[in-house]
Design a protein around this ligand. Structure first.
Ligand code: GDP
Length: 474
């Protein structure tokens, strides 16, 4: 009957065809129905924290004190390019990681664990603060101790300072490795002085930061460095429960010929076992095999150990969280939910909401939700640094505490954006520009950048935001 009526209106529609809403209303009225059009909801931008999609419930087993065991520290090497990060990592690996007795060869799986008598240390294989902060921006706080590698003949360089800032912002323990001590031009005293000037108080200068002379070339001092790491780790009292189901992060993942999707998982807590059903980012699978950094097949991996895992159905992303589920069904279902959520987000193309903006602060200062304003400041000349820092620190607000994560000279770089993203900070630029690609990266990461050319304006806006007076930017 409806089709016939449509035909009379010159619309030749089949039974499952969409028709125009106006036509539908007209015909509906004729038959005594009111047809309402469902309003299309505007896609609500989702907060960045949700960008990583629904997090699986971690194994809800409460830790009993007697189940907590000491776990090895996880260490990242940072520092200026060419100061010897990779060489040191290799040197430690060569001297301390012995290939498995079953003819195994040391494997680059993204991390390796060395044995120091009864102590163990896990090193992340990707050196540099960019990788470190990119992982942190994704929520993967893996590092306990940052070894800041500085070439003793070169001294403190721009990326050394960046690395210091990134490590400090993450609140990790810092140890200085004064590298290239074999070179005649090595000048450790000058280096310590420079570090001091940049707020890194080394032991010899009355501070508490360890400073170990090493040479990746000759192997000198490597044992001292490892001992120092162990000492710092003891002070950190790193504990984990190795009796519960494992949780942790993906540090590398790829499709490998003959093996299918593989992922290196760094266990944060619990013990990972062959046969576990695991949810890995949005992928899942039952673990078929685990391979350690010596190329050996192992049955289990405890806290702070990294293992390559086989048996996933797809390739997860680096920095994704993993967790062991009760069974395959649960893992599969959670994976399906996450994939659906990701798809939906892609469709709505949700723009990440700013992690923190001055406007947020304005709104929240009154409610007491935000207690701290972390900022990264870039300026044109050294002289501005002191002026801005001094003025900002003298702003008094009982609502919000200003936390200057880093203040340095130079244009705004992607590295600044990642640091801001990882620390939920905003970037304030004074007389500087954004480097290529920074605007897009900041948008992706939901980081607010504000540029100023008059100090007074910068100070006024920050003060207004901190005291809850800033008019939101429309
Ligand atoms: P990265 O960029 O910090 O990873 O630095 P690399 O490990 O690639 O080292 C840069 C260069 O410095 C290479 O040519 C190394 O051979 C050299 N190098 C690294 N450590 C030492 C050292 O202790 N002594 C000397 N003489 N050269 C070193």
């Amino acid at each position: 009957q409806l089709i016939a009526e449509l035909m009379r209106m010159n619309i030749f529609a089949s039974i499952n065809q969409d028709i125009d809403i106006k036509v539908a209303i007209q015909i509906g009225e004729k038959h005594g129905f009111t047809i309402e059009q469902k309003k299309k909801e505007k896609p609500q931008p989702k907060p960045v924290a949700e960008k990583k999609v629904h997090k699986p419930e971690p194994a809800k087993e409460k830790d009993r004190p007697e189940d907590l065991v000491t776990r090895p520290p996880i260490v990242t090497f940072m520092g200026h390019v060419d100061h010897g990060k990779t060489s040191l990592l290799d040197r430690v690996r060569k001297t301390k990681v012995v290939a498995g007795e079953s003819g195994g060869i040391t494997q680059h799986i993204g991390a390796y664990t060395v044995d120091m008598d009864d102590h163990k240390i896990t090193f992340l294989d990707t050196p540099g603060h960019a990788a470190f902060t990119a992982m942190r921006a994704r929520g993967a706080n893996l590092t306990d101790i940052a070894v800041l590698v500085v070439a003793a003949e070169d001294g403190v360089m721009p990326q050394t300072i960046e690395a210091i800032n990134h490590a400090k912002a993450a609140g990790v323990t810092i140890i200085i490795a004064m590298n290239k001590m074999d070179l005649p031009a090595a000048n450790p005293d000058r280096l310590k002085q420079q570090l001091n000037e940049h707020g890194v108080m080394v032991e010899d200068w009355g501070g508490s930061i360890g400073c170990v002379p090493v040479s990746a070339e000759t192997g000198m001092g490597i044992d001292d460095l490892l001992e120092r790491i162990t000492l710092e780790a003891e002070m950190l009292e790193l504990k984990a429960n190795n009796r519960k189901r494992a949780t942790g992060y993906v540090i590398e993942a790829q499709m490998e010929p003959g093996m299918g999707p593989t992922a290196t998982l760094l266990v944060r807590d619990g013990t990972l076992k062959v046969g576990d059903s695991v949810l890995c980012g949005a992928q899942y699978g039952r673990i078929k095999a685990l391979i350690d950094c010596q190329g050996k097949k192992v049955r289990t991996a405890g806290p702070s150990y990294a293992v390559k895992c086989l048996g996933l159905t797809g390739v997860p992303g680096a920095g994704d969280e993993f967790s062991v589920c009760t069974n395959d069904k649960e893992a599969k279902q959670l994976s399906a939910e996450m994939l659906a959520e990701i798809k939906e987000q892609e469709l709505t193309q949700a723009v990440p909401r700013n992690k923190l903006s001055l406007d947020d602060l304005f709104g929240a200062a009154g409610t007491g939700d935000i207690k701290e304003l972390p900022v990264i400041i870039k300026c044109d000349v050294q002289g501005s640094i002191e002026a801005i820092q001094h003025s900002l620190e003298s702003i008094k607000s009982d609502k919000v505490k200003l936390n200057i994560l880093s203040i340095s000279v130079g244009n705004i770089t992607n590295s600044d954006v990642m640091l801001a993203s990882a620390s939920s900070a905003i970037i304030l630029g004074f007389h500087v520009a954004k480097e290529n690609g920074v605007t897009a990266e900041a948008k992706r990461e939901g980081v607010e950048i504000r540029l100023y050319s008059i100090i007074y304006e910068l100070l006024e806006e920050v003060e207004a935001a901190m005291c809850g007076l800033l008019e939101p930017e429309l």
